[in-house]
Design a protein around this ligand. Sequence first.
Ligand SMILES: Nc1nc2c(ncn2[C@@H]2O[C@H](COP(=O)(O)OP(=O)(O)OP(=O)(O)O)[C@@H](O)[C@H]2O)c(=O)[nH]1
Length: 405
Amino acid sequence: MPPGSDTLSPTAAEDRNTWLGVSVITTLVLVSLLLWGLFHAHRAIEEFEAEQLPLENIAGELLYHTTASGMAVRLAAATGNLRWEDRHRSHQQAARRLLERAQALGSTEQARAMTERMREALATLGEIERRALGRISRGELQGARRLLKGWTYTKGSRSLAEDAQALSRLLRRDVRHRAEHEQTLMRASMIAVAVLLAFLAFAWYRCMRQWERNDRKRREKEAEILRLTYQDPLTGLYNRRFFLEAGEKALAHARRNGKCLSALMIDVDHFKTINDTHGHAAGDAVLQALAEQLSGSMRAEDVAARVGGEEFCILLPETDLPAARAAAERIRARIARGDGLEGGAAGATISVGVADSADVHSLDGLMHRADAAVYRAKRCGRDCIAEAAGDEPAPEAQPAQAPAP
Ligand SMILES: Nc1nc2c(ncn2[C@@H]2O[C@H](COP(=O)(O)OP(=O)(O)OP(=O)(O)O)[C@@H](O)[C@H]2O)c(=O)[nH]1
């Protein structure tokens, strides 16, 4: 039977997949977030390598050089040997260079204040040491030792060493804080990524659902178009167009397989009178009731169509003439008895022309022969069956009326 008859008219707005847009935007946000996370982590590592690590090394080296330069002066004062002066100078220069670097790198206010204090302490100690070295060069060893044991020098050395250690501790703490901050940031971005992924999965789920819905609607629309193309709107049977296409295929199939194909051409008797007596609408109802009866009398492989105004044709695959005639007789008798027919349809009769494909070369030929047989049935008084004779010519051209819209 023709395809289903549900009419669907989804709007363009329904067809538009909003969730596809949402999932594209979510993906873009997700990718941006991941890129930002990568960029941020990369920058943090670079900063750490450029600032924190050197600062920490500087703090240790500073402690070494300041202690070593003081040691060199003390040794010079203890031995009176001025060859320690060169050692002292090189440690002093190294300590000064380190402090300059530390000041340039100092990333926190506290670190900067500390390096400034150390720079001042280093200058004061350096001055005392130079004075001590001056005394040693003049042989005033006692005076040099006094200077080096003096309160200013002792206190300055101790606080410089303490500051170097404190700077090292401060930097370690700073590094730890920054690492913790980075971890918190990474955790937050991971949570954001997880939430976005969940949302993305949801958006894709909705997207798929919408695609499925649109696909179903498309298939239903196609089925509807197919139905409108091939179905007779009044009776629900196939129309002439479908019948001709299906008939060509059935005939080709029958020829290929050496089978017989038969056709029943069915014409309602005195239909004009039914129309004139009961009205056109009643005539339509008769056609509908007859179509229903025809559908109920067919096998699944038979094809019934309304091929003209009050003309129906049934193709019976793999059916020879006697079997087709028997089928036609069953249908005729059923209509004549008024089985399942009411009102105007109850008194209706049909004339049936039966033909087979034995000696025909085309579907047209088969239909012409069935048509000629109907005319013979009409001439024989109607409400009867007539078989196509082998040499029977086609009837006078009586154009089939187009189905009512
Ligand atoms: N109600 C209705 N009538 C239709 C439709 N199509 C064609 N007809 C009518 O069917 C009638 C066919 O009449 P005729 O061709 O003279 O045939 P008939 O009256 O059945 O006479 P016989 O075929 O000789 O028995 C015409 O009056 C058409 O107007 C339709 O879709 N609905």
